[in-house]
Design a protein around this ligand. Structure first.
Ligand code: LMR
Length: 394
């Protein structure tokens, strides 16, 4: 049987992680996978996470199953973190999932259960795993234009024009904030315009929010998601705790299904639970319990928010430093977009050849589409990167 297996395409982000690991050059710089690193190049366990783990270790007296949907206290905390009071709890069904990817996968499956022909619209570009999972599930994918190669911002007019093709029952995948891989985001008026098209067409928004707190702040980064959830009849939200709680390996995410018809909540919840049961039965609990403990304990929550803010500001500082450095070397403002982008990533808009030269000649690793992880930099490596960017002719 196994000899009939076909080779599977490698994931380019994970492939790059391996290449970096295997590179013996001591000066190598990893700007690939979306993992936060501090100035010492370490991905730290956040203070509040350590404290919550200690508390759990002391208090927990059983490792028995919790519930198919996960711990309700986790869902309550996450619904309030992401949605604030934009939507009443009575309108939201939610399940804990293994990471944000688990939530994305379950959301697609839920859509497919309802309508096998539903098309999923994704931005060009989007996080590669979105497309990979959709293809794996045999779901029709439609790309909408998003990134403006000239300005390195969002081409909102092109995006809106493409969304006009959506039909009732189609799903439009949007990044809640800190767009991955570009770092370019819609402004508030553009979000409103997107909602207007979706409502007119009867298409359903699905929001992937994996970087809340990395862009303009915890509340600010949730504003678009909240506005959408409050303005459409139905939507799906996949949220990840990997980055903003730094619990990458604990696989902590949540899928929310929201309807303005509260009588559907039981049906939605039953289907989300069913999907968990079919795919992996009970969702992992440890990461969710850490997050829930932090969000429900005022001192831990305040400390977590303060540390997250330090992370956010350090990334903004690196963005400004890199844009300034490049401004000096290039003698122009053509890299000013780096300071305007938000979140972990910026898409440089360089060719794959340029990216390959950065790797081969300068031991600088970024994803082939020129996505650069700002959090992989520090004050010392910014000038090295800036010089290399100019040196290879970007
Ligand atoms: C990324 O985009 O680098 C992260 O979300 C990690 C991943 O799983 O690809």
């Amino acid at each position: 049987m196994f000899s009939s297996l076909k080779e599977q395409p490698a994931d380019k982000i994970l492939q790059l992680m391996q290449l970096f690991k295997d590179d013996p050059r001591p000066t190598k710089i990893d700007l690939g996978v979306g993992v936060y690193k501090n100035a010492q190049g370490v991905t730290p366990v956040m203070r509040a996470v350590k404290a919550a783990e200690q508390k759990i270790w002391q208090d927990q007296d059983s490792k028995s199953y919790v519930a198919l949907a996960g711990d309700p206290a986790y869902a309550d905390a996450m619904i309030s973190l992401v949605l604030g009071d934009a939507v009443a709890a009575a309108n939201v069904a939610a399940v804990a999932t293994p990471g944000g990817t688990g939530a994305v996968r379950q959301a697609f499956e839920l859509v497919r259960m309802v309508n096998a022909n539903a098309r999923v619209f994704v931005s060009n570009p989007t996080w590669p795993n979105h497309v990979s999972i959709l293809k794996y599930l045999n779901m029709p994918v439609v790309e909408y234009r998003y990134f403006d190669a000239e300005t390195r911002g969002v081409d909102a007019n092109a995006m809106l024009a493409d969304l006009e093709q959506a039909q009732a029952g189609d799903v439009v995948l949007l990044h809640g904030c800190c767009h991955n891989p570009t770092g370019a985001n819609l402004n508030a008026a553009e979000w409103q315009a997107v909602v207007e098209v979706l409502n007119r067409k009867g298409a359903i928004p699905m929001i992937d929010i994996a970087y809340q707190g990395f862009g303009d702040g915890l509340e600010e980064d949730a504003a678009a998601t909240r506005m959408v959830a409050a303005s459409v009849p139905e939507c799906l939200i996949a949220a990840s705790c990997s980055k903003n709680f730094g619990v990458y390996r604990e696989r902590t995410g949540i899928l929310m299904a929201i309807s303005n018809d509260a009588s559907l909540k039981g049906l939605m919840q039953g289907n989300l639970n069913f999907l968990n049961r079919q795919n992996y039965s009970f969702p992992p609990d440890h990461g969710a319990r850490i997050v829930s403990t932090i969000l429900h304990t005022p001192e831990l929550r305040a400390d977590w928010a303060a540390e997250l803010e330090e992370v956010r500001l350090s990334m903004l500082g690196l963005r400004t430093q890199l844009a300034n450095e490049l401004q000096k070397l290039a003698g122009s403002d053509r890299f000013a977009f780096i300071a305007q982008h938000r979140g972990m990533f910026s898409r440089l808009g360089a060719s794959p050849e340029h990216v390959e030269r950065l790797r081969a000649e300068h031991a600088i690793y970024m994803v082939g589409d020129s996505r650069l992880n700002i959090a992989g930099l520090n004050a010392q490596s910014v000038p090295i990167l800036a010089k290399a960017i100019i040196d290879v002719g970007i």
